[in-house]
Design a protein around this ligand. Structure first.
Ligand code: G3P
Ligand code: CA
Length: 232
C-alpha cells in the first residue's frame, strides 16, 4: 500500500522537523506529508499548528513572529530531550532534504484558520526553484486556497482535504481540477467515498498507524494512507 509519512516520521521524531524528514527520506515509502504556515515577514515555515506553543519552547502565533524569531526556539525537546536543538524549517529547507529522493511530497497549506493572503503565490515560487513539480501534491482544508493555487500553477497536482463529508461530494470535486481527495480514514467505507472511487477520484486516508486498519483501507480501494510511522 502507498504510504505518506505524516509530518515526517512523526511517530519516532518530533513532527515536521529536519530530523523527522531526514529519517523519512531514508524510508522506502511513497512520499511525505507536511504542513506550511506563513510568518510575519512572509516566510514559509513547516509546522502543524497555528501557534508554536505545543511543539516548541516558545509561545505565540507563527503569523506574529518573524523567521529569525522562530529560529531562536527549540522544536525538539517537547518530544524528547534527546532532540533538543531542532529548529523550525522553512519550506525550502524541507524540499532540499528530498531533492535527490523519489518521494512524493504532499504540502498541506494550513490556511484554514488564518488565511495568509498571498501564501499560494509564495509556495508556487518556492516550487519553481525546486523544479520537480511532478513530485508535488498541494492540499488544503481551505478549498479557496486550492482554487487560487490552481490559477497560479495549473501543472501541479492538488487534492481537496476534508475533515467531514459533504452530500454532493463528487459534483463538488468536479468544480476543481483535482484528481484526489484526502479524508479521515473512518469515512473510507461510506457509500459517498466508495462512489467517488468508482468514478475515478483518488482517495487518500489519514491517519492510519495500525496494520489492521491499513489492510481494511486496501480492501476499500483507498489509494494511499498517511501514517506517522511511514511503514506498516
Ligand atoms: O493531510 C492529512 C492530514 O495531515 C490532515 O490533518 O491535522 O494532521 O494536518 P492534520
Ligand atoms: Ca497535515
Amino acid at each position: 500500500m502507498k504510504i505518506l509519512a505524516h509530518r515526517g516520521l512523526s511517530a519516532s521524531f518530533p513532527e515536521n522537523t529536519a530530523i523527522a524528514f531526514q529519517q523519512a527520506a531514508k524510508l522506502d515509502c511513497w512520499g511525505v506529508e507536511f504542513d506550511v504556515h506563513l510568518t510575519s515577514d512572509q516566510q514559509l515555515v513547516v509546522i502543524h499548528d497555528e501557534s508554536i506553543d505545543r511543539t516548541s519552547n516558545g509561545t505565540g502565533f507563527v503569523k506574529d513572529l518573524t523567521l529569525a524569531q522562530l529560529k531562536t526556539y527549540d522544536f525538539g525537546s517537547w518530544f524528547d530531550v534527546k532532540f533538543a536543538g531542532q529548529k523550525i524549517c522553512t519550506l525550502s529547507e524541507v524540499l532540499a532534504i528530498f531533492k535527490d529522493t523519489k518521494h512524493q511530497i504532499n504540502i498541506e497549506i494550513k490556511s484554514d484558520v488564518f488565511e495568509y493572503p498571498g501564501i499560494e503565490l509564495l509556495i508556487a515560487n518556492a516550487l519553481e526553484a525546486f523544479q520537480q513539480k511532478e513530485r508535488i501534491i498541494i492540499s488544503s482544508f481551505n478549498h479557496e486556497t486550492i482554487a487560487r493555487f490552481q490559477q497560479i500553477q495549473p501543472q501541479i497536482h492538488c487534492a481537496l482535504l476534508f475533515a467531514s463529508l459533504i452530500t454532493n461530494l463528487d459534483d463538488y470535486v468536479r468544480n476543481f481540477d483535482c484528481d484526489a481527495i484526502h479524508i479521515p480514514y473512518y469515512y473510507g467505507m461510506r457509500s459517498i467515498i466508495q462512489r467517488a472511487i468508482q468514478q475515478g477520484i483518488v482517495v487518500r486516508a489519514y491517519t492510519v498507524n495500525k496494520k489492521e486498519i491499513a489492510e481494511q483501507m486496501e480492501q476499500l480501494h483507498i489509494d494511499t494512507i498517511f501514517s506517522d510511522k511511514g511503514t506498516l
